[in-house]
Ligand binder design. Structure first.
Ligand code: EPU
Length: 417
């Protein structure tokens, strides 16, 4: 298993280019199944998760080619509406395929995703939404079996779930009649799925609002070229990195509009942030002011940057509270950050972080994608040497993260075993 070795304390300088969004491309890859056709996706990041989704599409019968951030998908050959446990268990987003499969075949067999490193992560909203559209659902040997001809209806989510909104959208585009999704998620990754589906001939209105309206159509078009939006979480990770580690860096290939909540918090922490059309320049300040943070659905501060924000606050001037309102259990990084000397107390979903002057390098362990990112940041800011194990987690969501940090002047190396 690969390890990352870091010698901390070197400030960051230079430019870093941000890749395409993992959480945008995964549902779009799934959506290519809805209508048999040829799809050319650009700005596709080379990640473990995109490779897993490509594998899943091949199991379903699609042809998928990937080269240099371009992906060609031929979904005309799809003939097997089954997403097996082996793939779904490694990546929860495989469950995004459920809505696409039932839309195409009127039948889908998708393994239940189970839990993940930080808790159970249920799929009840996805299932209730499909039932509202008239699907019959059964659980057999850990697989959800969904079947039936779908009819538009009103769906109201208790919480604006990103995944359930995606599945409901994909199921509804070819349903008979009109569907209304209330309390829909408003993340940029939902907007881009709406754009993709509308360009294919779907009729979806209400983009960027919590009410999405879908007029079902009989068929969609059969080919599309589509560019994936920049990854706001990778961008946010580098913004926070510069604020914590020190120096001055410029992010290119970003959409600053998707990062307003994060930029506002960074400014409150004393960090200088200068926004251009698709660039952001960030200059660290000498001291990091204490800034409380609570995660919530978009446009609020994203849960996917909670761990990185906590790494930043380990060196703040006083104490802060960090609350995760999206995932109550997403705190596996707390114990690892504490190994570097961070002063963090955790009660349920509320972490109290008291800043210290110096983090000290240590061996630490990755537990999930974003927890791993926070450890990289903290180790880069720490005095001395750190070793991060189980880095396969980070490869799920960040392409060549160590190379990007090396280019900014950091002393970070991967050791492959
Ligand atoms: N929830 C339910 N029932 C459901 C679905 C969700 O109770 O049927 C709850 C969840 O337990 C959670 C909340 O609703 O408390 C929000 O979950 P959501 O469905 O919005 O999350 P998701 O679609 O499973 C996506 C991202 C996550 C990101 C969340 C929140 C993808 C592939 N994943 O997950 O990204 O944290 O939205 O923004 O888009 C990551 O990239 O590291 C990651 C975990």
């Amino acid at each position: 298993m690969d390890k990352i070795i870091i010698r901390g304390g070197k400030p960051l300088f230079g430019e870093v280019n941000i890749g395409g969004a993992k959480n945008a491309v995964l549902p779009i890859m799934a959506a290519t199944v809805i209508s048999p056709g040829h799809y050319n996706l650009t700005n596709v990041p080379n990640l473990r998760d995109t490779r897993t989704m490509a594998e899943l599409l091949r199991v379903i019968g699609a042809k998928v080619e990937y080269n240099n951030h371009k992906m060609e998908i031929d979904s005309t050959t799809c003939n097997n509406p089954v997403a097996p446990y082996d793939l779904v268990k490694t990546m929860r987003a495989s469950f995004d395929i459920l809505g696409a499969l039932i839309s195409r075949f009127g039948y889908a067999e998708v393994s239940m995703p189970g839990g993940c490193a930080w808790g159970p992560r249920p799929v009840n909203y996805h299932i209730d939404a499909l039932k509202k559209l008239g699907a019959h659902l059964n659980l057999d040997h850990g697989n959800i079996i969904a079947s039936g001809k779908l009819t538009g209806n009103e769906i109201k989510f208790k919480f604006p779930s990103v995944g359930a909104t995606k599945n409901a959208l994909m199921a509804a585009v070819k349903a008979n009649g009109k569907t209304i999704i209330r309390n829909a998620a408003r993340e940029p990754e939902i907007d881009t799925l709406v754009d993709f589906l509308n360009l294919l001939g779907a009729v979806i209105t209400g983009k960027s609002t919590s009410t999405l309206m879908i007029e079902g159509v009989n068929a969609l078009d059969d080919n599309l070229d589509f560019e994936i939006i920049p990854d706001r979480i990778e961008a946010g990770t580098f913004l926070i990195a510069a604020a914590l580690i020190g120096g001055e860096i410029t992010l290119t290939g970003v959409n600053p509009n998707h990062l307003s909540a994060v930029i506002n918090k960074l400014k409150a922490s004393g960090t200088e942030v200068i926004i251009f059309e698709n660039k952001i320049k960030v200059c660290a300040s000498k001291e990091i002011k204490a800034v409380d943070m609570t995660t919530a659905p978009y446009p609020e501060f994203p849960t996917d940057l909670q761990a990185q924000w906590m790494a930043l606050m380990t060196k703040c001037t006083s104490s802060v509270t960090i609350i995760d309102e999206v995932y109550f259990d997403r705190f596996t990084h707390v114990a690892e950050l504490s190994r570097l000397g961070a002063n963090i107390k955790l009660e349920r979903n509320v972490a109290t972080v008291t800043g210290i002057d110096t983090l000290i390098g240590a061996p630490v362990m990755s537990t999930d994608i974003r927890a791993s990112a926070s450890l990289i940041l903290a180790c880069l800011a720490a005095d001395g040497e750190s070793e991060i194990s189980r880095v396969y987690h980070i490869d799920r969501g960040y392409e060549n993260i160590e190379k990007k940090f090396q280019k900014l002047g950091a002393d970070i190396n991967r050791i492959s075993n």
